[in-house]
Design a binder for this molecule. Structure first.
Ligand code: LCS
Length: 397
């Protein structure tokens, strides 16, 4: 029986009676599985008998994670990967062939952009970008050879929001699958499959893990597609997750709703303060009522999550000086951890994106991205405020 999200995130797919009454799920830390005899091995390889073979092809701890995330995203099936990029690459390679076209949101994580460039150069898979800010702009960007639409929302790092229901509706008319990178929301705040999209990807390194101690990826979709990826781009390219990392994600998931409520609350408080600071030019946060994307964000997200982007008065020098003056807020890429993390996208997460494309995405030299952690928001704000004051005096001196 399906239960509420907050219950499924803790219990779905695990029955302690099957595991010596162990409250915590066991870790099947094994590379391979033994067969009772040669004939059983033959049957398992032929797919005539279910059962595990080798942990690159499947593992009970990993299966438990896959079953749980599939339910949380309201999808039919899921696969876990060794990184978010392993999930992104396995998906895009499975969906395309030479001379196809991938249509992307105007803004993507830097390494996803890098992957698209490689697919273009080496495998003749074209890609380009659309603002997707209206049905017309989306229709105009779809080509005859568009094999999939790939969307991040909110977009890393600009926090722009794409209307997923609109994209799914238009894509359906053309029979094009929609892939959504749901990393910045998590399934607690946004469920793209419920909005009509086909495939969901996560860098589980972020909110799903939640504690900055694991690199992992997840993919959710229809059973047929998931089985195809499992037997091709996951099995043969091999970006499989380790059982221990799958276990860390299962553990992190249990507190996802509690953490997301707190990340979102902290971010909203900090946004309200930042907006009034004279050294801050602009603040980008989906749940800020003055954000042009606010209505769409409200329609498809439960809360705004923890990431804030803002532009500091000045350029790269001021942005770096500001980061260098912070005290407990850590200068680091990644996001969704208990610790507040801050970074400079132009020289860090999106440094691989050529300047022209970067500026088109809205990533200026003065843009800073911060992942609000779970600390007291008053302390986060104090640290930011103190550092902003320092930058001012440094620039004046
Ligand atoms: N998708 C998004 C939206 C991401 O932000 C990232 C990583 C990935 C996919 C790839 O996931 P990974 O392989 O790292 O698990 N984003 C990072 C970021 O913004 N800072 O550091 C990594």
């Amino acid at each position: 029986m399906a239960k509420r999200f907050e219950t499924d995130v803790i219990h779905h797919g695990y029955d302690s009676k099957e595991h010596f009454d162990s409250l915590a799920s066991p870790i099947y830390q094994t590379s391979t599985f033994t067969f009772a005899n040669a004939e059983q091995g033959e049957r398992r390889f032929a797919g005539e008998e279910s059962g595990y073979i080798y942990s690159r092809l499947g593992n009970p701890t990993v299966s438990q994670l896959e079953e749980r995330i599939a339910t949380l995203e309201n999808g039919e099936a899921a696969l876990a990967f060794s990184s978010g990029m392993a999930a992104v690459s396995a998906t895009l390679i499975a969906l395309t062939r030479a001379n196809d076209h991938i249509l992307c949101s105007q803004g993507l994580y830097g390494c996803t952009f890098g992957l698209l460039e490689m697919l273009k150069e080496k495998y003749y898979i074209e890609s380009d970008f659309s603002l997707m800010d209206s049905e017309q702009s989306l229709r105009a960007a779809i080509q005859e050879n568009t094999a999939c639409i790939y969307v991040e929302t909110p977009i890393n790092p600009t926090m722009k929001v794409i209307d997923l229901e609109m994209v799914a509706r238009v894509a359906k008319e053309y029979g094009i699958p929609v892939v959504v990178d749901n990393t910045f929301s998590s399934p607690y705040l946004q469920r793209p499959i419920d909005l009509g999209c086909d495939i969901v990807i996560h860098s589980a390194t972020k909110y799903i893990g939640g504690h900055g101690d694991v690199i992992a990826g997840l993919l959710v979709g229809r059973q047929e597609f998931i089985s195809e990826v499992a037997m091709t781009t996951q099995k043969d390219i091999g970006g499989t997750i380790s059982p221990f990392d799958a276990w860390l994600l299962l553990r992190g998931l249990k507190t996802l709703p509690v953490r997301m409520d707190r990340h979102s609350f902290n971010a909203e408080q900090v946004v309200n303060q930042l907006k009034d600071h004279p050294k801050i030019k602009r603040v980008y946060y989906p749940f800020d009522p003055s954000n042009p994307d606010y209505e769409i964000a409200k329609k498809q997200m439960k809360l705004g999550a923890g990431v804030i982007a803002f532009e500091i008065d000045g350029g790269k020098q001021e942005a770096q000086a500001f980061l260098n003056c912070l005290s407990f807020i850590k200068i680091a890429v990644s996001l969704g951890d208990a610790e507040t993390l801050i970074q400079h996208p132009a020289t860090m997460t999106h440094a691989v994106v050529p300047e022209e494309s970067r500026l088109k995405m809205g990533i200026t030299d003065s843009l800073i991205r911060m992942s609000c952690g779970l600390e007291a928001w008053e302390d986060i704000w104090k640290d930011l405020q103190h550092s902003l004051d320092q930058v001012k005096s440094k620039t004046l001196s």
